[in-house]
Design a binder for this molecule. Structure first.
Ligand code: FAD
Length: 186
């Protein structure tokens, strides 16, 4: 009988990443998955083979954002194994019954220009909202990239600019505006 250093149950993205790192560290791994396709809630599947043959859908996870904030793609050399991220632009198309439409772009300025076709105020608030999330993301990125051991380890991942970003979210003159913008778009 073949023996393994580690047996893992569930080939969702966390299982796959964990197995990848264990293999890289030289362990032998048996990863067991009950579905026919690995990936768990992050699969891309031909979900409607009769109605839409050849069209693939993300059944659950659709936004791959946080993976780009850490080293997983580079460290596991996923591109070498065929991973290619295709970034859509425009990112969102919302047709309306009257023939009008809304397009959101990767460029915040272009998206704001599109929002401004409907409301200048909303366009300005959207820019504030994105600014808030950019700062928040910079502030919490070190948490993603630290082993979940202790607060001291996590703090060790913080550089001055991350701390400044985090602290800037605690107060400041724009805080109420940002909170308002967030509630507008929640
Ligand atoms: C509707 C929805 C939308 C989401 N949207 C996003 C998004 O846009 N962006 C994002 O980053 N995240 C999103 N998520 C979250 C993301 O999908 C999960 O965080 C991620 O899939 C968790 O990965 P995991 O490996 O821990 O678990 P899972 O993906 O759940 O994988 C667990 C795996 O274990 C298998 N398994 C379970 N029990 C057994 C067993 N006894 N034997 C063998 N195999 C077993 C399952 O079949 C499955 O493949 C979404 C989640 C849902 C539900």
């Amino acid at each position: 009988m073949q023996e393994f250093d580690v047996i893992m149950i569930g080939a969702g993205h966390n299982g796959l990443v964990c197995a990848g790192y264990l293999l890289k560290a030289g362990y032998s791994v048996l990863l067991l998955e009950k579905q026919s396709i690995p990936g768990g809630a992050a699969t891309t599947e031909e979900a409607l083979p009769e109605e839409a043959p050849g069209f693939y859908f993300n059944l659950c996870a659709i936004d791959h954002e946080f993976i780009h904030l850490g080293p997983v793609v580079a460290e596991l050399e996923l591109e070498k194994y065929g991973l290619e991220y295709l970034f859509c632009d425009p990112v969102t198309f919302c047709p309306q019954p009257d023939g009008n439409y809304f397009l959101a772009h990767r460029s915040v300025d272009k998206t704001c220009a599109e929002i401004a076709r409907y409301s200048d105020r909303d366009a300005a608030k959207y820019k504030e909202f994105i600014g808030f999330w950019d700062t928040l993301t910079q502030g919490i990125t070190p948490i993603f990239n630290a082993p979940p051991k202790s607060i001291v380890d996590i703090l060790g991942n913080y550089g001055l600019h991350n701390l400044q970003d985090l602290l800037s979210l605690l107060g400041g003159v724009d805080r109420e505006h940002v909170t308002l913008a967030m509630s507008n778009y929640a």
